[in-house]
Every structure is written in structure tokens, then in C-alpha cells.
Design a protein around this ligand. Structure first.
Ligand SMILES: C[S@@+](CC[C@H](N)C(=O)[O-])C[C@H]1O[C@@H](n2cnc3c(N)ncnc32)[C@H](O)[C@@H]1O
Length: 231
């Protein structure tokens, strides 16, 4: 049987937890603040941006790397605040144990009931589940490289481990896959701002922006589908 990867709970600078994988010498979030980073990259520059551009009361999100469920929880909360219905699909190859996720302090840090966070982790996989009246969650246990997704989305949160740690997740082919998986005016956001990533995103057809990164990071990337001819 394959040996289970060691994963350690850590506290980041904004007081929120994250996880460290010693084998990869990698953390799930920025050590400067997990909640701060997720809010900046995915909520502010992804969800808020899309909502401001599109003025719709329903949207769909695809996340690469469900992990701790932090992005899902922040999105659920934001959906309630915006009074917008969100269909959230997330893929994860290595789901975390309940023993570990039950220790994460995200719900208390952002003021959401712990029971809701527990449900994000506890609900069944491979099915769309109504977590609240505004938030449906569909978790897929698979590898993003291998899975076939036959629906399209408004936003992709690309939250894989860093290109230096998991280069397979940042290949040109996967950027093409993301492009195909987005609706017109769909938005791809990620914390990485590698030059090669930006060149690949442009090459597959995205309009690419380098935005200010979260604290501790100079830049991040937002890529939009189909705006190329409009600017
Ligand atoms: C940087 S972590 C972030 C996870 C999550 N968004 C969070 O906030 O906790 C990257 C995640 O991608 C997952 N992952 C790694 N390889 C994957 C693959 N091939 N397909 C899908 N997920 C993968 C990891 O297990 C991990 O949960």
C-alpha cells in the first residue's frame, strides 16, 4: 500500500490555518495569510470582478484543488452577500481526512457556522449537493489532467500547487482545457504569475492581465476569454 503523505497544520500571518506538505516543501496557501490570499486572488479578482461585469444572479465556478475547502467557504459566504446563486464544482485528487479538516479555523475566522464548513467536507462526492439555498457543491475525486468535463463555467479558480512543485499542473494542454471549459467572458484566476504561464494563456486565446498580488506576492494573473477582440 502507498505510504500516506504527511500533512501538517500551520498558522499563517493573518491567523488563519493552512497545511504544509513536507514531502513537497509546499503549503496550501501563502504563509502571509491563507484567508487574505484566497480573498484577494479568487474572491476579489475572480468572483467580485465577474459579478461586476455580468450583473447576473446565477453563476458557475470550477475549482482546481478543493483541498481545505477555504475557497469554497469564502465563495459560499460571498454568494449569500451578493444574493447570487452559485454552482460550485471542485476537483481534488487527494481529499483530506475529516480529522484534519475539522481542525481548520476558517469558519470561525470569517463568521460562518462550523456546521456549514463541515458539510462542505462531509457531503458526498460526484453529485451536486445543495449546501445552502444559494450554494450547490459538486466535488469530483479525480485528476484534473485526466478528467473529462462536459459543462462550461463562468469562472475557474486555478489553485494547484506551485509550478515549481507540481509542473504537470501548469502545462499548456491544461491551459487549453481551461479555455475550453469557460463560457464567453469567463474568467480564469490564479495566484501564480510565471512568465511561461502568461505566455501560454495568451497563446490559447485569453486576454491576460497581471494584477497586484496578495501581501507577500508581487503579482497574480487573471485571464479572460473572448475579450481579446473587444479591447
Ligand atoms: C495549493 S493546494 C490548494 C487547495 C485548495 N484550493 C485550498 O484552498 O485548500 C492544491 C490542491 O490541489 C490538489 N491536487 C494536486 N494534484 C491534483 C490533480 N492532479 N488534480 C486535482 N487536484 C490536485 C492537492 O491535493 C491540493 O489539495
Amino acid at each position: 500500500m502507498a505510504k500516506k503523505r504527511e500533512i501538517r497544520l500551520i498558522i499563517t500571518e493573518d491567523g488563519s490555518h493552512s497545511l504544509e506538505v513536507p514531502e513537497l516543501d509546499e503549503t496550501y496557501h501563502s504563509s502571509h495569510g491563507a484567508i487574505q490570499e484566497s480573498n484577494h486572488v479568487f474572491i476579489k479578482n475572480g468572483l467580485d470582478y465577474w459579478a461586476a461585469q455580468n450583473q447576473k444572479k446565477k453563476l458557475s465556478i470550477f475549482e482546481v484543488g478543493f483541498g481545505t475547502g477555504l475557497n469554497a467557504l469564502l465563495t459560499l459566504q460571498k454568494g449569500e452577500q451578493l444574493n447570487t446563486k452559485i454552482d460550485y464544482t471542485s476537483i481534488e485528487l487527494y481529499p483530506l481526512d475529516a480529522e484534519l479538516t475539522s481542525k481548520l479555523n476558517y469558519a470561525e475566522q470569517i463568521g460562518v457556522e462550523q456546521a456549514v464548513f463541515k458539510q462542505l467536507h462531509g457531503c458526498v462526492w460526484e453529485e451536486s449537493i445543495a449546501i445552502t439555498s444559494h450554494f450547490n457543491l459538486h466535488k469530483i475525486k479525480a485528476s484534473f489532467q485526466e478528467v473529462l468535463i462536459d459543462t462550461t463555467f463562468d469562472i475557474i479558480y486555478y489553485d494547484a500547487f506551485a509550478p515549481s512543485k507540481q509542473p504537470d499542473m501548469w502545462k499548456y494542454k491544461l491551459m487549453e482545457k481551461c479555455f475550453e471549459m469557460l463560457n464567453p467572458n469567463g474568467v480564469f484566476v490564479t495566484y501564480s504569475a510565471k512568465g511561461q504561464l502568461k505566455r501560454d494563456l495568451k497563446q490559447v486565446g485569453f486576454m491576460v492581465e497581471s494584477l497586484q498580488g496578495p501581501p507577500g506576492k508581487f503579482e497574480m494573473v487573471r485571464a479572460t476569454k473572448n475579450m481579446k477582440n473587444e479591447v
